[in-house]
Design a protein around this ligand. Structure first.
Ligand code: MIC
Ligand code: SF4
Length: 655
């Protein structure tokens, strides 16, 4: 039987298990990526596991999320990261050099490689045929130490693209169309593999917009086959020798097929406040727009900004609308500047920002109260922009530029008639200059020992699991709770990413301000949630902080992939309950596991009886591999990894 592209790459890297959907597999990792707000924990855990040198082919540490360095704590984090990259052997991308996914694409992404990254949009290089997955920081630390990455073999879904995009429709609209059809949990447990003539018709930057935002579907990753366009793109980057041809077999079998006719795609927009709340732009035409931002890891590339710049050439943005362009990388800024486009945009009224994540997580350019912001980003979760009750729409750079010019949402297809603006089309840069000044090679490292500022604290550890778990439900939440709800990433909170005792004070405060105090006072407790709990970011802090406050387990109808793994990694028991049980349990109820929890976990028990308020009983399911059960019993992955290293004398992160 023929193989899918996913199976081919995984087969080449498989160290444990079988490529059967739902089975746990262990895979060798070639490249790792970390960024500034998850990276400090990665290196602290690397150090705590007694590891001293990066073992993967390549490791890259980026500083991209909090590059304004509002507080010395941010700058200390960056200095620590530079010192860790130097000490342990990773490339270091300086603050301001750009967003990890964009800079990685420009410099290191390569077909056929596997990559693990401590950021949920790590799948971006899937557009070049790399099999890249986002995970919690400790998984990245272990992979960097040479250990395999364990995850559930996903179902491989074929997304067959036919035809070509019509005028004004873009790659962003393709992924918005998939979100409209499948929802933010439609991709959980799946890889989306793009095939067909439409896939070949798209350029690499367009492909990476799609693979990047496949994360919003909840997918494990997304991937495109490689072809002459991939080769040409790598050549323009000066890395043509890294090209490898990769195609699925003609008789590859997919778990499912989704067909998208690109010629029927129209400009789409995601309305507040969920990426899957997608409608045609024409449906919301006329909505006043206060702010427009072009940037992020989804649409911050040179090729994304150029069409907007062309639309703005010789024009001015509407007086009531502010427009910011925050390129995904300094390379994009430099190219746009050298070609005169930065000046052109400035003349039109645009504020040109440094290359950073920034506004995407509410760091800078926070919208005014009761205002509309149109962004080319990937997430519009309520409050993520830095103000609660925000109204953030997600769209293509073309739709964003059109709104900046008109001061309201407009279907760009009407621009030609109304303003004589034609579709700027898609264009690649002639030459992508390497930015060596901001990317420090491990051989030229500045530091050879760790530099820790006073805000950088140790990684908290959990005690091994007890036999009993009986506690109150501290908080009842609904469906699709994001990691931004659990541990926000705004400027106030982000400076404590390396300081869990302080960061824990922000835990779930977006839902209930009293949560941290109540959790500490309760000395133990449960969280209760609906479907898709923990969607969004890879931040392991969303497990670590509740754990630090004493939370012992989460009862939910379903879990998002990365967060589920993070719960195991930090020793929190994730139990699945059905809808009736979810509906019947209230906040404040006392939930007790009737069975011996530790014994049940160690013996492979899948169903546990829970007794609520000493009154009624229900079943809660533990869906866990043997390895995950061992981790839970020992209190998390750090203890588990250390024990294994001592136990079998293998490398600390060994298999
Ligand atoms: C995000 O987009 O939410 C982030 C900030 O990039 C996170 C990482 C983090 O929390 O540091 C992600 O996507 O994993
Ligand atoms: Fe940065 Fe936003 Fe991309 Fe996350 S989604 S990596 S915050 S640009």
């Amino acid at each position: 039987m023929g193989q899918t592209l996913t199976e081919k790459i995984l087969d080449d890297h498989l160290v444990e298990g079988e490529l059967e959907p739902g089975e746990e597999i262990g895979v060798e990792i070639d490249q790792v990526l970390t960024q500034d707000t998850t990276g400090t924990m990665v290196w602290l855990q690397f150090e705590a596991m007694g590891l001293d040198e990066v073992q993967t082919e390549l490791a890259a540490q980026y500083c991209d999320h909090q590059t304004y360095q509002f507080d010395f704590k941010n700058t200390d984090d960056h200095r620590f990261l530079r010192s860790a990259a130097g000490t342990f052997g990773a490339h270091f991308s300086r603050p301001g050099n750009g967003i990890c996914h964009q800079v990685h694409k420009e410099n290191f992404a390569a077909p056929g490689k596997t990559m693990l990254g401590s950021d949920s949009h790590t799948p971006t290089p899937g557009g070049l045929g790399e099999f890249a997955i986002g995970s919690g920081g400790i998984d990245v630390a272990v992979a960097m130490g040479g250990g395999p990455y364990y995850f559930e073999m996903p179902e491989v879904v074929e997304v067959r693209l036919e035809g070509e995009l019509p005028e004004w429709a873009t790659a962003k609209d393709v992924i918005l169309e998939l979100l409209r059809r499948l929802s933010v949990k439609g991709g959980v447990g799946k890889v989306f593999e793009y095939t067909g003539p439409g896939a070949h018709a798209l350029s690499v930057p367009e492909r990476t917009t799609i693979t990047n935002m496949g994360t919003e579907l909840g997918a494990t990753t997304s991937i495109f086959p490689t072809d002459e366009k991939t080769e040409e793109f790598l050549e323009r980057l000066g890395r043509g020798d890294e090209y490898v041809e990769l195609q699925p077999d003609d008789d590859a079998e997919y778990a499912d097929e989704i067909a998208v006719d690109l010629s029927e795609i129209e400009p789409l927009i995601s309305q507040p406040s969920m990426p899957d709340n997608v409608v045609p732009v024409s449906e919301v035409e006329g909505t006043d727009v206060d702010q427009v931002i072009i940037g992020s890891c989804t649409n911050g590339a040179y090729e994304d900004i150029l069409p907007a710049a062309k639309m703005l050439e010789g024009r001015q943005i509407h007086p009531k609308t502010e427009m910011i362009v925050a390129p995904g990388s300094k390379q994009a800024s430099e190219m746009l500047a050298r070609e005169g486009w930065v000046a052109e945009m400035m003349a039109a009224g645009v504020n040109f920002s440094e290359a950073t994540c920034g506004a995407c997580i509410g760091i800078g350019h926070v919208p005014a109260s009761d205002s509309v912001s149109l962004r080319t980003f990937n997430r519009n979760f309520e409050g993520r922009s830095g103000i609660s009750d925000d109204q953030v729409y997600l769209c293509s750079p073309e739709v964003a530029a059109a709104a900046a010019i008109e001061g309201e949402i407009v279907d760009p297809r009407n621009l030609s008639e109304e303003m004589g603006i034609e579709d700027p089309g898609f264009e690649m840069g002639d030459k992508y200059t390497r930015r060596d000044a901001d990317l420090i090679d491990p051989d030229e490292a500045v530091d050879d020992e760790l530099i820790k500022g006073p805000n950088i604290k140790d990684v908290p550890l959990k005690d091994p699991l007890d036999s009993d778990l009986a506690a109150d439900v501290l908080l009842k939440m609904g469906d699709n709770i994001t990691t931004d709800h659990i541990t926000p990433a705004n400027a106030d909170a982000l400076k404590f990413r390396s300081n869990i005792p302080e960061y824990a004070e922000f835990t779930l405060t977006r839902i209930d301000e009293t949560f941290p105090d109540r959790a500490k006072a309760a000395d133990g407790g449960w969280l209760l949630a609906g479907e898709n709990y923990g969607q969004g970011s890879s931040r392991e802090h969303a497990a670590m902080c509740p754990m630090y406050l004493g939370v012992e387990g989460v009862l939910a109808q379903s879990f998002a992939r990365i967060h589920r793994a993070n719960l195991f990694n930090f020793g929190l028991v994730p139990l699945i309950i059905d809808e009736d049980t979810y509906e019947t349990i209230d906040q404040g109820d006392h939930v007790e596991i009737v069975d011996d929890l530790r014994e049940g976990i160690e013996s492979g028990k899948e169903e546990f009886t829970i007794r609520v308020n000493d009154d009624w009983e229900a079943t809660a399911r533990l869906d866990a591999s043997e390895r995950e059960r061992d981790m839970l019993a020992l209190g998390g992955k750090l203890s588990w990894t250390r024990k294994r290293a001592q136990g079998d004398g293998a490398a600390a992160a060994g298999d």
